[in-house]
Design a protein around this ligand. Structure first.
Ligand SMILES: NC(=O)C1=CN([C@@H]2O[C@H](COP(=O)(O)OP(=O)(O)OC[C@H]3O[C@@H](n4cnc5c(N)ncnc54)[C@H](O)[C@@H]3O)[C@@H](O)[C@H]2O)C=CC1
Ligand SMILES: O=C(O)CCC(=O)C(=O)O
Length: 400
């Protein structure tokens, strides 16, 4: 039976999906593990379920080889996985591209309102015995301009919600995007920075988005404006933000993500922003609601089970996508190979030599990786599977 390992408190809805498919050998960890502990925990696993904090780098992937068949990211982001390395190892990676987007969008709107009213600071003052009733520095959201960098699934929802409370919405994206409602695209980032009363970031992490908000771009932001980052920690230069907050050029900030995040509940966040007034720090919970986590658990677990049982890779983020119905009564061979000429011919010759008649076959390639699903009459015995595995182009072969 497939050995499954879940990290980071994945919702029980995922376990239920696996159980319904008869897959019950599941080990769970409530937190992310250190690189050393992770390497031990993934050995022998066929399926790994992670969220944003488990670093599936080359070393962790190698430790899980050759048993590892697939990785499920129970979140949107997949930058914590070495996607290329996984594909080269024949391992498709799945995620949940939509299930928590509304949760992030709602949090961002709530934070924009709280920061415009300086609520974090005022609440803190009341807790410390001060009844400081003043309107100074407190503003309505209505009529203010929201600037969005990254107008994808989350950014566009934030824009729609913001308009419903009377904000004007402008956005900047590398790609041409359909503006929803009355939102306007602003191709010139510096113009957007200068106009936004609230700036919110919804770009993917990693190369290309590293430190988009830095000392220079912070200077271009409107004096007294607010910054919200619920995307990835590396998108903001935290020291530069601290300087901008201390000088009061930036009036408030909400950060849900950090360049280095604690791995477990008892580890404190180390950040130069701790203790600053009108700064909301949350433990990467933008997408963490009961609704989204339950939906993500089901969505990703279903993709993993479908792959384990049928080889279907629809929705994989790093792999050729093949969606293939079962051929009744046939045995199914999954073959991941280097994408080079003659692979299909030699695979089919090998099957013919073993008198395995092909019922149906489908091939897809992505970059250097080819993936072919072949249904054959009768059984693919251990000898035939071994012979396929020994072919020079083979990365991985399994029978399901
Ligand atoms: N805080 C949390 O709990 C959560 C955080 N996230 C993060 O939110 C971010 C956005 O997620 P989605 O909206 O689903 O992604 P998405 O892929 O739908 O949208 C991202 C957008 O950013 C644009 N973009 C990429 N690089 C850019 C650049 N340099 N400048 C301007 N635009 C750029 C893309 O063209 C795309 O339109 C991701 O980093 C994701 O990991 C997602 C869910 C929960
Ligand atoms: O829930 C998580 O662990 C991560 C949420 C997130 O950042 C994502 O979905 O990309």
């Amino acid at each position: 039976m497939a050995k499954i390992v879940f990290f980071e408190n994945i919702h029980p809805s995922a376990r239920a999906v696996f159980a319904r498919a008869g897959l019950t050998d599941i080990t769970t960890y409530n937190s992310a593990l250190s690189p050393e502990a992770l390497i031990e925990a993934v050995r022998g696993a066929e399926v790994l379920g992670i969220r944003s904090r488990t670093q599936m780098d080359r070393a962790a992937l190698a430790a899980a080889a050759p048993s590892l068949r697939t990785v499920g990211c129970f979140c949107i982001g997949t930058n914590q996985v070495d996607l290329k390395g996984a594909a080269e190892q024949g391992v498709p990676v799945f995620n949940a591209p939509f299930s928590n987007t509304r949760s992030v969008a709602e949090l961002v709107i709530a934070e924009a309102i709280l920061l415009l009213r300086r609520v974090p600071e005022k609440s803190d003052r009341v807790h410390h015995g001060h009844w400081d009733k003043t309107a100074t520095g407190a503003y309505e959201a209505r009529g203010k301009t929201l600037g969005i960098i990254g107008y994808g699934n989350i950014g566009s929802q934030v824009g729609t919600l913001a308009e419903s409370i009377g904000m004007r919405v402008i956005f900047h994206d590398l790609e041409a995007k359909l503006p929803l409602g009355n939102a306007r695209a602003q191709p010139d980032l510096s113009v957007l920075l200068g106009e936004a009363d609230v700036l919110t970031l919804h770009v993917p992490g990693g190369r290309g988005t590293e430190n988009i908000i830095n000392a220079d771009t912070l200077k271009q932001m409107k004096p007294g404006s607010i910054l919200i980052n619920a995307s990835r920690g590396g998108v903001v230069d935290i020291d530069a933000l601290r300087d901008a907050l201390v000088s009061k050029h930036i009036a408030g900030a909400a950060l849900d993500v950090f360049p280095v995040e604690p791995k477990s509940v008892d580890e404190p966040l180390a950040s130069p922003l701790i203790g600053l007034p009108n700064v909301i720090l949350t433990p990467h919970i933008g997408g963490s609601t009961m609704e989204s986590q339950e939906n993500i658990g089901i969505e990703v677990a279903e993709k993993l089970v479908r792959f384990i049982q049928t080889g279907t890779t629809k929705g994989a983020v790093n792999f050729p996508e093949l969606s293939y119905e079962d051929a009744e009564g046939a045995a199914r061979l999954l073959h991941v190979h280097r994408n080079e000429p003659g692979v299909l011919a030699s695979l089919n010759n090998l099957l013919a030599e073993r008198k395995l008649n092909i019922v149906s076959q489908r091939l897809h390639t992505k970059g250097g990786i080819g993936y072919v699903i072949t249904d054959v009459d009768g059984n693919i015995d251990a000898g035939a599977l071994e012979a396929v595995r020994k072919q020079s182009s083979t990365i991985r072969a399994d029978v399901v």
